[in-house]
Design a binder for this molecule. Sequence first.
Ligand SMILES: *Cc1c(COP(=O)(O)O)cnc(C)c1O
Length: 391
Amino acid sequence: MSVRTPFYYYDLTLLENTLEEMQAAINNPNFKVHYAIKANAEDRILHTIKKHGLGADCVSGNEIKKALEIGFEPQDIVLAGIGKSDEELELAISQGIHSINCESIEELEVINEIAERHEAIASIAFRINPNVDAQTHHKITTGLNENKFGIPITELDAAVDEILKHKNLALKGIHFHIGSQILNLNPFANLCQQANNVTTSLKARGIVLEHINVGGGLGINYTNPDSQLIPNFVEYFRVFEKFLNLEEGQTVHFELGRSIVGQCGSLVSKVLYVKKGASSNFAIIDAGMTDLIRPALYNAFHKVENISKDGELEPYHVVGPICESSDTFGKTELPKTSRGDFLIIKSAGAYGQVLSSNYNLRDRAAAIYSDDISLENYISSRETVSELLAV
Ligand SMILES: *Cc1c(COP(=O)(O)O)cnc(C)c1O
């Protein structure tokens, strides 16, 4: 068995360093991070994350199963999702996970019925739509009134009335998630303000929550990844320290995905052809939107580097082999590039491999880890990897 390009390459040392820096940035013993599994669900990534003491944030039943299989305790698992199926709720309730983040009033009744059947009390957090603009790409904005997510603040009283009617439900927390790839921290400060308003109005009704879940969304530097391989977690957590009003013993949950795994992954590809175009040359590579869909889906920018060559830079339009015009990694400058060169697409650790497909009946990219072989060694000796993976 040999590993062909394209493949994902994960730098586990960078992941460890990121996790260590993140944990060191937390000054408050009541702050806890749940990793958003949907960003990257590779076993070795998850094992590393679990080892550093994070919980798991799931958005499907299969993600709960995966978290349990990796060894996360049910009490360290939370479930969100705007359309949870009855089977997914059954699983969450029968496993006794920490909390189900409820996104509509109608859902409460369904959860109650399932909990009653299991003779359980389901711990509920209301996912509230705070109407806070995350100032990010519209397709990854989730906390505005026009978005489908969460219970509108105006419905909060009605949701409380409803939950109090159900004896198999316990309101334990509130949950927000305003979007992703958020680099300006002001939206998080606005979110704190909204969370404070909610906790104040709940307190007026005699309800004191166990936890406040502020979601995820911290962004990473895609433009110049090497200048900031680890996001500024200190500043991020400081916003919540400063602006969130907490009661004695109340815990704050964070659900970070991209900021933890984004920079540790690269997509490694090979140049198949270089073709003259009208304005610049096309570098046609063997990786495409089936391996990394972010550019096609969100117009996302990923830095591309030619690691086989040095020298003066020339303009190239880097494109994949799929029969879609959106299958492009954008225009960039590379040293004189030719067939057989290795091109790496950086910052692909989050929402990369998990979103791959086999459109065009293409094979899915494999994953290679820095603990097994360095990228340099892979490139200089493919035999090593074949031997390694044949074991
Ligand atoms: C996707 C998601 C996250 C993680 O977002 P990142 O931007 O990767 O940090 C957290 N919480 C919920 C509910 C999500 O859907």
